[in-house]
Design a protein around this ligand. Structure first.
Ligand SMILES: [Fe+2]
Length: 605
């Protein structure tokens, strides 16, 4: 039985293909179309999934869409009616879009899936799609499944119990009470882009003190003992206006919203610390109440809020649950996979084999390129490269890292989900105190108040971090172990913002935040042997099993999808060496005329 899952028309459209319960392929449309967070129908991703499974649309047993279009429309109308006339402006603005795309989503889908038998088209509910994406690929036969995001149809937070092939919803919190929208409200207030700047807000939090936690809990969020919550609509404008927060919100905190590009002050850092603190309290309270109520001690997470890896780390360390598994494509892209899995197990009632490890295949579910094809494609764009064997490749790359060079690493199947996990990554030496600013300024063309993430050999993780479990998807934050930390002098302590980040905080400064935390990816031999071999070789040379791993793109660009994309990014940035399959490229060997002015081509995020 082959089922194609699709998510589209909101943000981050994607496709996934499940065959007899096995996840065969999954990819986001942005990687093909080169438009970040592309929300259009995922033609390219669908084509790829069908190709990978060796099938065609007509041969599929089912196409499952991750969302129910009409429920959404109902929400819009009801919200409008409840809040009229305040809501007229947004209703008028939103209406044409909804009429064009949302209301007639079914027609739109039918058109896009020309020739596909309509009776085989299935619509799953948004949060069920998220929940299915969190539970079915997890290593648990029984688990609590918590989904938290901005908004699906009506539901913003849901709790379910997964058992075998069954997924039973037990609780829901409805719009407009939403953790995702609460966090996005503060994202907007601190001058970052909603739906993509949430990560920046989280990265800013360690610079601040959670001074406003009580204010938020007193005025904005009514948090109940069981972790359920209500947001006071007096301070938000997302139901009615075109902004997230309103004048009352500004008054409460004594300052207007920061405009993008305006100076970041200690105030914004304190606000970031406070909302992060509130989010963590809510997530912890929700999970502990659910565990208490059900007695189930394995927890699966999905939905945009599950990308808050600082909160995930707190849940893990709190001991509230025994097992924690988070869907790597926790946002709406993962809904495509969830829809396919919900159709297979829920709708078709197919048995779920007894599981002991997760079935995401390391999230390496995207396209790959054969060596011959890589050479052909690189030759076609004028690249100069050497083709080397596996051992030589790993040696040359580890050597480049040791020489403090930035290395583009394009290997095997592309990752599904927002993080680069060592298939489409830019790598560097984590021990270097300069690496963080070099990569930011010369390669990614940005200044970031968040350090890069470390990739560490799974077997060595506890040597460097206060973590001794798997974190293959870079979704858990933990601290660098005490003996590897470096204290700051009083003078360094008084530095502000990025200047503070540039003070080495540990033996691996490029990946250590100002509060000693790190967003960890454990690297496993079984799921990514070549990446594991590279870090092992780096360790053999230097004694250090940790390297810097950042996504292979520049600011505003989707992660590279093809060898040509990789070569372009290499030629347009300060990346010094590049490994695409078994091809090894050095910047100094390339034709000068192929250098690009690259970053200006992308809209800043
Ligand atoms: Fe969602």
């Amino acid at each position: 039985m082959r089922i194609l899952g699709i998510s589209a028309f909101y943000h981050d459209s994607a496709a996934a293909l499940v065959e007899d319960g096995e996840i065969i392929a999954a990819a986001q449309e942005e990687r093909f179309s080169r438009k970040k967070h592309d929300a259009r129908f995922p033609h390219n991703a669908v084509d790829y999934c069908l190709r990978q499974a060796g099938t065609s649309l007509g041969q599929l047993d089912q196409v499952a869409f991750y969302d129910k279009p009409f429920l959404k429309f109902e929400r819009l109308v009801e919200t409008y009616l409840a809040l009229a006339p305040r809501g007229f402006q947004s209703f008028r603005m939103a209406m044409p879009l909804w009429v064009r795309e949302k209301l007639f989503q079914k027609d739109l889908l039918r058109k896009e899936l020309k020739g596909f038998e309509e009776r085989k088209l299935l619509f799953t509910e948004h949060h069920l799609s998220h929940a299915a994406s969190a539970f079915y690929p997890s290593p648990y036969n029984e688990a609590l499944v918590l989904t938290m995001d901005g908004v699906g149809e009506w539901t913003t937070t849901s709790a379910a119990i997964g058992r075998g092939n069954k997924l039973e919803m037990i609780k829901e919190i409805h719009f407009p009470h939403s953790l995702g929208l609460l966090y996005s409200g503060f994202t907007y207030y601190t001058g970052f882009k909603v739906n993509s700047g949430e990560y920046k807000l989280m990265g800013l939090a360690p610079y601040g003190t959670p001074k406003y936690t009580q204010k938020i809990l007193d005025h904005l969020v009514d948090l109940k003992p069981d972790g359920s919550f209500r947001l006071s609509q007096d301070y938000f404008d997302y139901c009615t206006g075109l902004t997230m927060t309103n004048a009352e919100f500004d008054q409460l905190f004594g300052s207007p919203a920061r405009k993008p590009g305006e100076l970041l002050t200690q105030f914004h850092m304190d606000i970031a610390a406070s909302i992060q603190d509130v989010l963590e309290r809510i997530v912890l309270r929700l999970t502990s109440a659910l565990v208490k109520e059900t007695g189930i001690r394995n927890l699966c997470l999905a939905g945009g809020v599950a990308l808050n890896c600082v909160a995930n780390g707190k849940v893990q360390r709190s001991g509230v649950c025994d097992g924690l598994w988070i869907q790597p494509a926790a946002g709406d892209a993962g809904g495509a996979l969830g829809a396919a899995l919900a159709a297979y197990y829920g709708f078709h009632d197919q048995p779920r084999k007894s599981v002991c490890k997760d079935s995401m295949k390391g999230s390496y579910l995207g396209p790959e390129f054969a060596q011959e094809e890589i050479e052909h494609r690189l030759n076609a764009v004028g690249a100069k490269f050497r083709t080397v064997d596996d051992n030589c490749l790993v040696r040359l790359c580890a050597e480049a890292l040791e020489q403090q060079k930035a290395l583009g690493w394009f290997q095997g199947r592309m990752e599904f989900g927002p993080r680069a996990l060592g298939a489409r990554s830019i790598l560097g030496d984590a021990r270097s105190p300069q690496m963080q600013s070099v990569l930011n300024l010369k390669v990614k063309f940005r200044e970031s108040f968040r350090p890069f993430a470390p990739s560490v050999l799974r077997e060595d993780v506890a040597e460097y971090f206060e973590l001794d479990s798997d974190s293959p998807y870079m979704l858990i934050v933990a601290d660098v172990v005490e003996r590897r930390r470096k204290a700051m002098t009083a003078e360094e302590q008084s530095l502000f913002g990025i200047d503070k980040l540039n003070v080495p905080r540990s033996d691996i400064p490029a990946v250590t935040h100002v509060d000693y935390s790190a967003r960890i990816q454990t690297v496993h031999k079984e799921t990514n042997p070549r990446y594991h071999a590279l870090i092992s070789e780096f360790k053999r040379r230097t004694g250090c099993p940790v390297i810097v791993n950042t996504s292979f793109n520049v600011r505003g660009e989707p992660i590279v999808g093809t060898p040509e994309d990789a070569f372009r990014c290499f030629m347009g940035t300060g990346i010094e060496t590049l490994a695409v399959g078994n091809c090894f490229l050095r910047k100094e060997d390339q034709d000068e005329s192929l250098k690009l002015d690259y970053s200006s081509g992308f809209e800043l995020d």
